[in-house]
Design a protein around this ligand. Sequence first.
Ligand SMILES: Nc1nc2c(ncn2[C@@H]2O[C@H](COP(=O)(O)OP(=O)(O)OP(=O)(O)O)[C@@H](O)[C@H]2O)c(=O)[nH]1
Ligand SMILES: [Mg+2]
Length: 283
Amino acid sequence: MSGRGGRPKTTVKPMILASWRSLIWVLRRADIVLEVVDARDPMSTRSRRLERLVHSMGKELIIVINKSDLVPRDVAEKWKKLFEDRGFRAVYIAARDHKGTRRLRVAIREAASSFPAVVAVTGFPKTGKSSIINALKGRHSASTSPIPGSPGYTTHAQLYRIGENLYMIDTPGVIPIEGGPLEAIIRGYPPEQLKDPVRPAVMLLEKALRYNPRCVENAYGIKERDPYKILELIAIKRGWRYKSDGEPLIEEAARTVIRDYHRGKLLFYVPPEEYLLSASRRR
Ligand SMILES: Nc1nc2c(ncn2[C@@H]2O[C@H](COP(=O)(O)OP(=O)(O)OP(=O)(O)O)[C@@H](O)[C@H]2O)c(=O)[nH]1
Ligand SMILES: [Mg+2]
């Protein structure tokens, strides 16, 4: 307890992420590295720093576009081709449904120079790294969790035996600055620990509405396009109000929106054409 009538102290445990040092330690032990990205927005969930590091260490890299069940098949195909056109090995997979595991096995076999091979599974938090290990193993072995920091998220590197000739190392998520401010916040912290969840939720809603104008209506039955009003309406609908003045508790609505993105309830995806267009504008 804190002294003199203060509130009891709560110890907030920071979420454990992979440090670059620990990641390098894992990469040294691996022959092949999977970089797992989210099919809904592969470019914001890839790490060029990680890719450069893997390249400089002379390891084989495979980009795994996971959660492909959340995007149309042709979108997953186009992202795969886009990465391949840039010289990467790439596959798409829906690890949760164990779909695409054969393609991933083939890609690993092609990348391996000898067996047994050790594969490091790396990427941003919540891209589905542990789920990929489970999909290849054929059963739930590595623990998983839906939201950053929720029970079951990966806190340390762990080796799994997938088959006679194949080992995989699960790793905690890595957050480089380059992921962009939105990804860094919504993947880097448990929503309940965000001091200001409203700002990232507003950014997320703006992005979601840009790519899928019906996503808020589909998720919450709310026909509104102003992100602040959307948060207010979600709070009112759920009965979340400040005890003091009865105002809608938009912070709680903001946390819900972030969780619903992770759960795939607030659904949108970035089309590959959009990325190509903005890349050509940057040139
Ligand atoms: N829709 C969908 N959800 C998936 C897929 N793969 C994983 N998930 C879900 O995404 C969430 C995160 O999966 P994890 O395997 O725990 O992700 P992780 O990258 O290991 O997460 P950290 O260990 O926290 O870095 C879980 O709720 C999974 O069920 C997929 O292919 N499709
Ligand atoms: Mg994990």
